[in-house]
Design a protein around this ligand. Structure first.
Ligand code: NAG
Length: 217
């Protein structure tokens, strides 16, 4: 009996860790208090329908660099607070690329609203799962795995994605590598680059992302 209890005591916390996701809500409404940035609930007697609607992705963003995505998480849309979901709209110019990236806290399911998108992910054994999705098709990217997309159609493309977290997080591989302050000697050794090649890649990263970084990260 004691042994069984000991086994349970060891197992239960690890099961909880394996199942980790956003916590379940304990109230009908918990609109994040934007005033204190703490994700505490604002007084629910002041809630209106406006707290549960969002108009910020009605139109495509500025995708002058082939691609623009607007993630809508609980920071942008306080009504999502405690509900364990969020979403994203992404627009692609012809040939536009959504660079390899991952969401540390959520699985994502995407729907192709318009266009033709080469879409895929890579697992921890470096196996790639990718194909061209047509309008109306759906793909899922398992939590934390690197995924990517490219518009392979003749016109603009739009996708919508949803996440099982109110704040999935976004790590773009080029940003983490070339847009961060990782020691340059380390990067040159890791990728077999001369310092000239590294600065070319850093400049390239900046052309694509510096604008967005200031606004979106
Ligand atoms: C919430 O607001 C109502 C109406 O203004 C007020 O009566 C109530 O005391 C408030 N509740 C809290 C916890 O502040």
């Amino acid at each position: 009996m004691l042994n069984k209890i000991a086994v349970l005591l060891v197992l239960v916390p690890s099961i909880i860790v394996v199942m980790a996701s956003d916590p379940d809500p304990i109230n009908d409404l918990c609109i994040a208090n934007s005033a204190d940035n703490s994700f505490s609930c604002k007084n629910s007697s002041t809630a209106t329908v406006e707290d549960f609607t969002f108009s910020g992705i009605k139109f495509p963003g500025n995708f002058k660099n082939w691609f623009f995505s607007k993630g809508v998480n609980s920071n942008d849309f306080p009504g999502l607070n405690t509900l364990g979901v969020s979403f994203v709209r992404a627009d692609f110019d012809v040939g536009g690329v959504n660079v390899p990236h991952f969401h540390p806290r959520a699985t994502e399911v995407v729907f192709v609203l318009k266009g033709k998108i080469y879409s895929g992910f890579v697992d921890t054994k470096n196996k790639v799962f990718a194909k061209v999705l047509e309008e109306g098709e759906v793909m899922v990217f398992p939590r934390g795995l690197v995924h990517f997309q490219m518009n392979v159609g003749d016109g603009h493309a739009t996708i919508l994605g949803s996440f099982d977290s109110q704040n999935p997080g976004l790590v773009r591989i080029p940003n983490a590598v070339f847009g961060s302050e990782i020691n340059e000697e380390l990067l040159e050794k890791a990728f077999g680059l001369s310092s000239k090649e590294l600065s070319r890649l850093k400049k390239r990263w900046c052309v694509l992302f510096c604008f967005e970084c200031q606004h979106n990260f």
